[in-house]
Design a protein around this ligand. Structure first.
Ligand code: ZN
Length: 443
C-alpha cells in the first residue's frame, strides 16, 4: 500500500548533476585538516581524494537549494516541499552507504544522477514522527584537467543516503515497553560518594581506577582510603582496557529475568594490565569457552537507555587501537564547512534550538570522514577504502568525546571488512562497516 509520499519512489532526485569544482588539492587539504587525517595518500604527487569525502564534491554549498551546483530534480524538491507542508519540517541524516569503485584524483570532474529509492510510511522515532527518504546516487568522473570529455566519464562510486524528515517531538519520546509488556531490566548500579568517580568514567567511556597519591598503589573497586598505606589522597586514572581473565564463574541456573534471553553467562575477575582487578561480564564468545588467562579487551555494552556497563571481550590481533576524538564546536563547524554542508543545525546554535536540538551537532559527512580516518590511520596509506556504511545513533554535540573502536570481522585475500563503532557518553553515535583492500603497509 503506497500513499502520495511513497509514490515518489523510483523518480529522479537529481538529473545531470555536475560538481561545482574539479576535484582539487585545496578542498582535500581543508577536509584532512578538519578530520585530523594525516594519511600520506591524500598529499604528494600520487594524491587521491579521501574516499569518505565523496559527497563533498556534489554538495550545493552555501548557494543551497536552487543555487549553482544544485542538481536536485523538481520532483525531489516537490517531495521535500510536501513533507514540509505535512509538518515534517526538520531533517536529519541517518544512514550513508558508499561504495568506492575508483579513487578520485585532482583534475577530475564528478557527474552524478540520483534516484528516490524509497519513502517510508510514517514512523515514530526518538526525534519525533517522520518519514525516511532514501536516495541512491551514481557518480562518474572524467579527467577534465587532462582534456577528457564528459562522455568519457567512468563510474567512480555509488552512494545511498537516508534522511529522516520529522516533526520535532515536544518532549522526549517515552521508552516503549517490548511487545511482551514490561521488559525485565538489569539491576542498576548503586552509586555513592565513594564510587561516583567510577561511574562518571563509565559515562564517558572510560574504566577508571584510583591511584594513591602517597604510595602510588592502584586500587579498584573504588574506596575512600589506600589499603596499602591508609592515605585518603588519590587521583583517578583511565585503564588502557587490556587485561586477562584471572578467574571466572559461569551462571547457568537460576537465571535472573533480565539475563534469561542471553542464556548462561560468564562473570569474570579481570586483571587489568595496570595491576588492578575488576568484576565484569565476558561477551563475544560462548560462556563455556571463557578460561583463566584469556586475553581480553574492555568494551562498553548498552543494555537499555539508562544502563551502559563496562564489559570485556576476547582480545585478538583483529582489534584496532581505539581513537578518541574530542567533539568541539570547531570540529563540528570545520567538518561541516569542509564538506560544504551549510545546514544551520551544524553551525547555528539558535536555529538548532528552534529545530528541537539542544545544540549544534556533527553532520553525517564528518562522522563518515572520521570513520574513514580511523580505519586508514590503522591500515596505512597503502590501503584503499572500497566502501563505508554508516548508521547514525545519538548525535555528537560540543563537549562530547567520540571514542572509536573497531575490529576486523572478515578477511578475504587482501580484502578486509572492519566493524567500527564511534561512541559518546550517551551511546553509539556511529555504527559502521568499512571495506578496504590492504596495501603493502598492512597485510
Ligand atoms: Zn597508599
Amino acid at each position: 500500500m503506497t500513499d502520495t509520499f511513497q509514490a515518489y519512489a523510483g523518480r529522479p532526485a537529481a538529473v545531470g548533476g555536475r560538481a561545482l569544482d574539479l576535484v582539487n588539492a585545496p578542498m582535500i587539504r581543508h577536509w584532512c585538516e578538519a578530520m585530523g587525517d594525516a594519511n600520506a595518500a591524500y598529499t604528494g604527487p600520487a594524491q587521491v581524494a579521501p574516499p569518505a569525502m565523496l559527497q563533498s564534491w556534489t554538495m550545493a554549498g552555501l548557494g543551497g537549494v536552487g543555487g549553482v551546483g544544485d542538481g536536485r530534480s523538481a520532483e525531489y524538491g516537490d517531495l521535500l516541499g510536501a513533507l514540509d507542508a505535512a509538518g515534517f519540517t526538520s531533517v536529519v541524516a541517518t544512514d550513508c552507504e558508499q561504495e568506492y569503485l575508483r579513487p578520485l584524483r585532482p583534475g577530475q570532474r564528478v557527474l552524478y544522477d540520483s534516484e528516490i529509492e524509497s519513502v517510508s510510511a510514517e514512523k515514530s522515532t526518538a526525534l519525533g514522527v517522520g518519514r525516511f527518504v532514501t536516495t541512491r546516487t551514481d557518480l562518474r568522473a572524467y579527467d577534465e584537467a587532462a582534456g577528457e570529455k564528459a562522455e568519457e566519464a567512468v563510474p567512480v562510486a555509488t552512494h545511498r543516503f537516508r534522511i529522516l524528515k520529522f516533526r520535532p517531538a515536544e518532549a522526549p519520546a517515552p521508552v516503549r515497553p517490548s511487545s511482551e509488556g514490561e521488559r525485565a531490566l538489569r539491576p542498576r548500579p548503586v552509586v555513592n560518594r565513594d564510587n561516583a568517580g567510577f561511574w562518571d568514567g563509565v559515562a564517558e567511556g572510560e574504566l577508571r581506577f584510583q591511584r594513591c597519591t602517597d604510595c602510588a598503589t592502584p586500587r579498584l573497586p573504588w574506596l575512600p582510603g589506600c589499603n596499602a598505606c591508609g592515605s585518603a589522597a588519590w587521583t583517578a586514572e583511565a585503564a588502557s582496557g587490556a587485561g586477562t581473565v584471572y578467574s571466572y564463574v559461569v551462571v547457568h541456573h537460576p537465571l535472573p529475568a533480565a539475563f534469561r534471553e542471553q542464556g548462561p553467562y560468564a562473570v569474570a575477575l579481570v586483571e587489568l594490565e595496570e595491576g588492578v582487578r575488576t568484576v565484569s561480564n565476558i561477551l563475544g564468545l560462548p560462556a563455556a569457552e571463557v578460561r583463566i588467562g584469556l586475553p581480553v579487551r574492555l568494551d562498553f555494552q548498552c543494555y537499555d537507555e539508562e544502563l551502559t556497563l563496562p564489559v570485556f571481550r576476547p582480545a585478538t590481533a583483529d582489534d584496532l587501537p581505539p581513537l578518541r576524538v574530542p567533539v568541539t564546536r570547531t570540529l563540528i563547524v570545520a567538518g561541516a564547512i569542509a564538506s560544504r554542508d551549510y545546514q544551520d543545525v551544524h553551525h547555528d546554535v539558535e536555529l538548532a534550538h528552534a529545530k528541537g536540538a539542544p545544540d549544534i551537532f556533527m553532520n553525517i559527512l564528518t562522522s563518515n570522514g572520521l570513520v574513514g580516518r580511523y580505519v586508514t590511520d590503522w591500515a596505512g596509506p597503502g590501503a584503499r577504502l572500497t566502501g563505508i556504511s554508516v548508521r547514525l545513533g545519538v548525535p555528537a554535540y560540543p563537549g562530547d568525546e567520540l571514542t572509536f573502536t573497531g575490529r576486523v570481522v572478515e578477511r578475504d585475500g587482501p580484502r578486509r571488512t572492519v566493524a567500527v563503532t564511534g561512541r559518546t557518553r550517551r551511546g553509539a553515535h556511529a555504527t559502521a562497516t568499512v571495506r578496504l583492500t590492504t596495501g603493502e603497509a598492512q597485510s
